[in-house]
Design a protein around this ligand. Structure first.
Ligand SMILES: Nc1nc2c(ncn2[C@@H]2O[C@H](COP(=O)(O)OP(=O)(O)O)[C@@H](O)[C@H]2O)c(=O)[nH]1
Ligand SMILES: [Mg+2]
Length: 269
């Protein structure tokens, strides 16, 4: 008697989202993630991991109410610690579950990260890239319905970071919206252990990128139109704290590049 071969398990896509007081944005976000899960169903199993960082507006409860059939986990910090610490909690949690074929997407919880963009980012997997960045600074991307102060701050920080950390060929440094192959995250985990992310605030994405470049990760970018009008409520970014975070980053950042083993292989297409 011939035995049927066991069905191969689909790779998993873990969508990691840090949230602070995003209750009004949760119903649409979960509807969008559910539609993503349905569209990917044949090839990937989609799961959402939220890190609620001391929200006081019922964000966690809202996520649980709206999750329906989507696989959702909520990790909680009782007291707000910042998005860097929240991502660190999320990556630590995923480290125990990731298998080589899996992928991790990070995105914002305010509906400014579009599922359509994520589907385009996923196409880059097939071209062998380990990291795909959603890039408002790439041709075809852009920032709309964002205040002039935020646009200037964002452009200024982006250019300065590239100069000071000596990173060339990548257009967008700090966006939360990214896709990572599990093996590249595991390589970082092996090198840095629990210290995969040391910076507490919004500057954490630059830290992670610098470490990935140090690791020789293959990186690509996909144009992202970022439309601020998709968000209900205000930005949670504290401008002064973020500027302070970036200044600290330039100081500690020297070590990541010096400590890095690989040659950067960045590509924007
Ligand atoms: N975990 C955590 N998430 C945060 C914090 N501040 C902002 N966020 C989340 O990070 C994402 C980006 O923040 P957002 O307010 O949209 O910043 P902006 O897009 O730069 O204006 C959103 O999902 C926020 O809910 C924080 O202190 N902790
Ligand atoms: Mg936002």
């Amino acid at each position: 008697m011939t035995q049927a071969a066991p069905a191969a398990r689909r790779p998993r896509l873990f969508v990691l989202v840090p949230v602070l007081d995003e209750a009004p944005n949760i119903p649409r976000l979960l509807a969008n993630l559910s539609s993503l899960a349905a569209r990917l169903h044949e090839e990937m199993e989609c799961r959402a991991v939220f890190v609620d960082d001391g929200s006081t507006d019922g964000t966690t409860e809202r996520i649980r109410e709206e999750a329906r059939s989507l696989g959702v986990e909520v990790l909680r910090h009782e007291v707000n610690q910042g998005p860097g610490r929240a991502f660190a909690t999320g990556f630590r949690h995923l480290a125990t579950q990731l298998e080589d074929a899996d992928w991790v997407a990070t995105m914002e919880g305010d509906n400014t990260s579009r599922v359509e963009t994520l589907l385009q980012m996923l196409v880059r997997r097939q071209e062998g890239f380990e990291v795909v960045l959603a890039s408002p600074y790439m041709y075809g991307g852009g920032l709309t319905n964002t205040s002039l102060v935020r646009v200037l701050l964002s452009h200024g920080a982006n250019s300065l970071i590239k100069e000071l950390l000596g990173i060339h060929g990548i257009l967008t440094m700090s966006s939360f919206f990214r896709l990572y192959a599990a093996p590249v995250l595991r390589r970082l985990q092996a090198r840095y252990g629990a210290g995969i992310l040391e910076t507490p605030g919004f500057e954490c994405m630059v830290e992670l990128l610098a470490k990935l470049i140090g690791e020789g990760a293959t990186i690509s970018e996909v144009a992202m139109p970022l439309d601020g009008s998709q968000r209900l409520g205000q930005s949670k970014m504290k401008v002064t704290r973020t500027i302070r975070g970036y200044l600290r980053l330039f100081w500690v950042g020297r070590h990541w590049r010096l400590g890095g083993g690989g040659r950067p292989r960045a590509s924007s297409s």
